[in-house]
Design a binder for this molecule. Structure first.
Ligand code: NDP
Length: 300
């Protein structure tokens, strides 16, 4: 069997087009421009790339983009003061603090200082609780993107066996909550899980969020299963020349795609959906803040 490739790049373009349509309507019918503020502390090169591309795509869909680039030595008090100002700014509907933060800053304290209604990353403790109790929440972008692709591929997810490998707060746990909400039977696996390979082989939906290059091979995959590969790992690629590298997922694409029914590639799968969902969350937050009906299909 050769799996259907779930094209996250193409799907993310349709999500961004939908977001752009709603932004245009918010402007034309309500005179409101959704605004997203991104806060970056320090000069981590990967974070700088993410922030740049978030800003570019925010502007492309017609939203206001504000970037705050702070010195790596910024004090916690100064960062909290900036977030307080953004919380009070009516032109800003979404606030994202780029993680990881430098060691001297308390990530939980900083994230929990964001107004939950503007917490477009969905990491605030209130949003975590709302999601866990099945209430209206801001949903973390990466799992939301995975859910959108799964719903698009399967239609209903009800009754399917899902295994999520990874239990992080930003991917594994919220992914499991979302699948549970869609009536999957969900198992979360992690580094201490026994017989993990057998467990994965029972999954109709297998989500890999581990951070270990190509760990999940074809013999972990149930024939016909849908495999969502969240992992982003850089490995040496001597075939491209000396010192060259390439990106791979947590899934060994070659062997898994020979067994799976559908699979997301890396790159071009989950990654592009994450930024699209950040934009979707900002529009959703803007609608909620202004008591305007939310766009359909852009949240969980
Ligand atoms: P974390 O490191 O926070 O969590 C990794 C999880 O994997 C942990 O729960 C850990 O278990 C589990 N794990 C580690 N080794 C094993 C193993 N051998 N067997 C089973 N489980 C294992 O990572 P994140 O959740 O933040 O990210 C996961 C991956 O997704 C990374 O590659 C990251 O780069 C990528 N990512 C991609 C995004 C995108 O937009 N595409 C966004 C966010 C992340 P334990 O808890 O027991 O230690």
């Amino acid at each position: 069997m050769s799996a259907k490739i779930i094209d996250g790049k193409a799907f993310s373009a349709t999500v961004r087009a939908k977001v752009a349509g709603h932004v245009a309507r918010l402007k034309a019918e309500h005179g409101i421009t959704p605004g997203l503020a991104v806060v970056l502390v320090g000069e981590d090169p990967a974070s700088q790339v993410y922030v740049r591309s978030k800003g570019k795509m925010t502007v492309e869909v017609g939203m206001k983009s504000v970037e705050h680039k702070l010195d790596v030595e910024t004090s916690e008090a100064d960062l909290l003061a900036l977030i307080k100002t953004l919380n009070a700014d009516a032109s800003i509907h979404g606030i994202l603090v780029q993680l990881p933060l430098p060691d001297h800053l308390n990530e939980d304290l900083v994230i929990n200082s964001i107004d939950p209604a503007k917490d477009v990353d969905g990491f605030h403790i209130s949003n975590v609780g709302l999601l866990a109790t099945g209430q209206k929440a801001m949903v973390p972008c990466t799992p939301l993107g995975c859910l959108m692709m799964l719903r698009d591929h399967h239609g209903s997810l009800s009754g399917l066996n899902a295994v999520v490998v990874g239990r992080s707060n930003i991917v594994g746990k919220p992914m499991a909550q979302l699948l549970l909400r869609d009536s999957c039977t969900v198992t979360i696996a992690h580094s201490r899980t026994k017989d993990i390979q057998d467990l994965c082989r029972g999954a109709d939906i297998l989500v890999a969020a581990v951070g270990r290059a190509q760990m999940i091979t074809g013999d972990w995959v149930k024939p016909g299963a849908t495999v969502i590969d969240v992992g982003i790992n850089r490995i040496d690629a001597p075939e491209k020349g000396e010192g060259k590298t390439r990106l791979v997922g947590d899934v060994d694409f070659a062997s898994a795609s020979a067994v799976a029914g559908a699979i997301t590639p890396v790159p071009g799968g989950v990654g592009p959906m994450t930024i699209a969902c950040l934009l979707a969350n900002t529009v959703t937050a803007c609608c909620r803040a202004n008591n305007i009906a939310e766009p359909e299909g852009l949240t969980a």
